[in-house]
Design a binder for this molecule. Structure first.
Ligand code: NAI
Ligand code: PYR
Ligand code: MG
Length: 660
């Protein structure tokens, strides 16, 4: 600490010599806002009074990737003192080795993962990672190029955010699989090794009582979108603890690329309450809290405090919950959804995408969407995603059947749900309350030749479903036998949704599905597969059925409508807009989801549908001078224009105008 303060004092006095009020006033240009640097930048003047202020600011700049603009530091000052800044930061920057006292002293609490590393461990972590890449590049099982591409993109993101998003938007089909699923899964698994500079905030179990002040450590004055995870179920990869922050970062990359949310106004968050992943707990290089997960009221207290803190600082922020284990996903959604602007992507976003896909599968059979309630659907997986899809599909069927109690009751008979213990029936002991509504009547399934706990293969054989949908996280679950059994489907064009992520967790590959069932099927997967050449001049089309087609539009629509909460109606409107996006011709070819290259366009349309619904439900409070009354007056085209105009584009801002 003494050393640190010595450096701080040394660099502060150095800075004082350079960054004087007179010096700033003498710059012969103005900033974008038209202010003189000395007027805009209160903080640069603060430097003169607080020996630590400049260092705090520079640390934050480094840690949070803030633009100079947002740091309230004159871009001009920063550019002119670039070398000075670099040298002064490099002098005292310690990254994960900053002690808790130093983090508090420099207002850095929350901007680094909670495990304070010794300098030796920092070096070891770096070396382990370096060696791992060498091993992978030689003969490792994972795709070394994907990870290498992620590193290159990540470094670009660190250096030049605008250029990073320009590249991502222009080549979204090529790079979404790198910054998002499947590669983001590999990134999360290796995050403690890959970690260089943090991105986002960490709220840990150790921070109880501190969060309300910690949240002010984030340098941005405005945050529109937070994606938060507790790392307990990252894709289909299980509990990855603090390393799960990678998924929040990946989702927010799509918010920027697809929804045009300003990258300076997004905040990835990790709530680190420990991990139950023993391998991570035994690893001294693991960056998270080395303790088992909090549970019960202790767990809730941490998440409650986090929610209160972020909504106090940014009352209009939207919080997307991501990859929480099912146990908490539903509880937290119920706890917060009527008070805060939040939603759970795995439960609600996935449900909407699945509904759109299921309706597309009906149309692909040459039938009207209204025939959906006749579909027999087998779902493998009854976790947050599976149950979310089941509830939404049941409601959609019920609406089509008359929207009453009887319709709701009868709709449930279209579903057979299989989890790790097999077919779920009323005969199951200790049945999960969320799955209970879908438990089959014992007598009824006996008549079908089934029983409690019947295997997926048996269920498919007996039910002969129109749709087989997997959200089980079990790679290869749709085995050769299961796919063979699906040949007896009563559908003219059976649909297979292998929705689990990342690729190795997909219930089957596209190749397996098309080679066993031929080309007269509909295939969708959570992570992308290439189309399959069936060798007879026919191509098996692979759809990507992923919540990425909805969550950006849900977030953008909520932001631009200023909706107080995110209602079922808004989510339903989003799903319906996606369902009608594909043309008849495309759907008949088996193309039920757009290609990712159209993600910005679909997101615009989904956002407009969400805004309309928020207005109809009187939930909208408007956005930036456009109040609800004015929003209501907009025609369809004007609403589309309003959405488009409020999306961020990756263009370099003009920082400096030469004075006339
Ligand atoms: N494509 C997409 O947009 C999305 C995909 N997902 C994927 O869905 C998967 C599951 O996510 P959650 O529901 O949150 O996980 P979860 O862990 O809560 O649920 C998994 C479910 O699968 C069941 N299961 C396990 N082994 C099984 C087996 N052999 N046969 C049948 N069921 C089995 C479990 O009993 C549990 O009900 C993950 O891989 C995730 O990546 C999740 C959200 C969106
Ligand atoms: C896509 C997604 O949200 C998941 O796999 O969890
Ligand atoms: Mg997820």
């Amino acid at each position: 600490m003494a050393m640190l303060l010595k450096h701080v004092r040394a660099s502060s006095s150095l800075l004082k010599q350079h960054v004087t009020r007179a010096h700033l006033l003498s710059r012969p240009f103005t900033t974008t806002e038209g202010h003189r640097p000395s007027i805009v930048h209160k903080r640069s003047l603060d430097i003169l009074h607080d020996p630590c202020a400049y260092e705090k600011m520079l640390c934050k700049c480094l840690l949070s990737q803030m633009s100079p603009n947002k740091m309230k530091i004159s871009a001009a000052t920063l550019f002119n003192h670039d070398n000075l800044i670099k040298s002064s930061v490099i002098l005292f920057f310690q990254g994960t080795a900053f002690s808790m006292t130093e983090r508090d002293r420099l207002d850095l609490r929350g901007l680094l993962p909670p495990n304070v590393m010794s300098p030796d461990l920092q070096i070891e972590r770096f070396m382990v990672d370096l060696k791992r890449l060498e091993v992978q590049a030689r003969d490792g099982p994972s795709d070394p190029y994907a990870l290498a591409k992620w590193r290159i993109l990540n470094r670009l993101h660190d250096r030049n955010e605008t250029m990073y998003y320009k590249v991502l938007i222009a080549k979204i089909e090529e790079y979404a699989p790198i910054v998002y699923t499947p590669t983001v899964g590999l990134v999360c698994q290796n995050y403690s090794g890959l970690f260089r500079r943090p991105r986002g905030m960490y709220f840990s179990a150790e921070d109880r009582g501190e969060m309300m002040s910690m949240v002010y450590n984030w340098p941005a004055e405005q945050v529109d979108m937070i994606v938060v995870t507790d790392g307990s179920r990252i894709l289909g990869l299980g509990d990855l603890g603090v390393q799960g922050i990678g998924i929040a970062i990946g989702k927010l990359d799509l918010y920027v690329a697809a929804a045009g949310i300003n990258p300076q106004r997004v905040l990835p968050v990790m709530i680190d309450v420990g991990t139950n992943n023993e391998k991570l707990l035994e690893d001294p290089l693991y960056l998270g809290l080395q303790q088992h997960r909090l549970d019960g009221d202790d767990y809730l207290a941490v998440v409650d405090e986090f929610m209160e803190a972020v909504f106090t600082r940014w009352p209009n922020v939207i919080v997307q919950f991501e990859d929480f284990q099912s146990k908490w996903a539903f509880k937290l959604l119920q706890r917060y959804r009527s008070t805060y602007r939040m939603f759970n992507d795995d439960v609600q976003g996935t449900a909407g995408v699945a509904i759109a896909g299921l309706l597309g599968a009906v149309r692909a059979q040459g039938r009207p969407m209204i025939d959906f309630p006749k579909q027999k659907i087998v779902v493998a997986g009854a976790g947050s995603a599976g149950i979310g899809v089941l509830n939404a599909a049941r409601k959609t069927m019920a609406r089509m059947l008359g929207n009453n109690e009887v319709a709701f009751e009868s709709a449930k008979s279209q579903f057979w749900v299989v989890d790790a213990k097999g077919l779920i029936s009323e005969g199951r002991e200790n049945i999960d309350p969320d799955a209970l509504p879908f438990a089959r009547n014992l007598k009824e399934i006996e008549r079908q030749g089934l029983r409690e706990g019947a295997s997926l293969e048996e269920v498919v054989k007996q039910v002969k479903p129109d749709v087989l949908l997997g959200l089980s996280a079990v790679g290869g679950l749709f085995s050769k036998e299961v796919l063979e059994a699906l040949k007896d489907s009563t559908s003219t064009r059976p649909a297979i949704f292998a929705m689990s992520n990342p690729t190795k967790n997909a219930e089957c590959t596209a190749e397996e599905a098309f080679s066993i069932l031929g080309d007269n099927i509909i295939f969708a997967s959570g992570s992308p597969f290439s189309n399959v050449d069936l060798g007879n001049g026919h191509i098996g089309h692979c759809n990507q059925g992923n919540n990425m087609y909805l969550f950006p539009g849900i977030g953008l629509g909520t932001l631009l409508s200023g909706a107080r909460i995110i209602s079922d109606g808004m989510l339903q409107a989003a799903a319906e807009r996606l369902a009608t996006y594909m043309s008849e011709e495309e759907v008949l070819k088996g193309i039920i989801f757009p290609s990712t290259s159209r993600i910005r366009d679909i997101t615009e349309k989904v956002a407009a549908a969400v805004i309309k619904e928020a207005l109809e439900e009187d939930l909208a409070e408007g956005y930036h001078g456009m109040d609800a009354r004015e929003l209501k007056k907009l025609s369809e085209d004007e609403l589309a224009e309003f959405v488009k105009n409020n999306m961020w584009n990756p263009e370099y801002p003009t920082l400096v105008y030469k004075k006339e």
